[in-house]
Design a protein around this ligand. Structure first.
Ligand code: 5GP
Length: 126
């Protein structure tokens, strides 16, 4: 079944300017803003401006320009936050939750960038 995008989701409203956001970076294809409930000193959400539901939807259907821009924005955010291991930073984690098992709250594709403190193991023991 194809992905059905709900244009009433909260990030679609942010993209339309109906809800404010704390923008970190913006390009033609990508918006990055601080999470409203940060779980680490750095907690940025990176979203494509196009109507993609989750990671595999974006990866399969976005243009090469959208895909490249999205990834380049993530690199610039990490660099500007000073958390890149390639630059002497202490590191970070990127997470993208998808669907029910992934416990995705907002059905517009987003990548969490978390850093600024030790983040522990990726998942608690099962
Ligand atoms: P998910 O569980 O879908 O991966 O994560 C959604 C994230 O969006 C959560 O971390 C939540 O705090 C964040 N969030 C939900 N509503 C808003 C909002 O209106 N503004 C911002 N900046 N973040 C939001």
């Amino acid at each position: 079944m194809p992905f059905a995008y709900d244009d009433q989701n909260i990030f679609a409203k942010i993209l339309r300017g109906e809800i404010p956001n704390d923008t970190v970076m913006e390009t033609d294809h990508t918006l990055a803003f601080n999470d409203i409930r940060p779980q680490a000193p750095v907690h940025v959400l990176v979203i494509p401006k196009g109507p993609y539901v989750c990671h595999d939807h974006f990866a399969a259907e976005a243009s090469d320009a959208e895909l490249a821009d999205f990834l380049r924005v993530t690199a610039r955010i990490v660099a500007e936050a000073g958390i890149s291991p390639g630059d002497g930073g202490a590191g970070y984690r990127t997470i993208s939750n998808a669907g029910q098992d992934g416990v995705q709250e907002v059905p517009h594709y987003h990548l969490h960038i978390l850093g600024g403190r030790p983040l522990g193991r990726m998942l608690p023991p099962a």
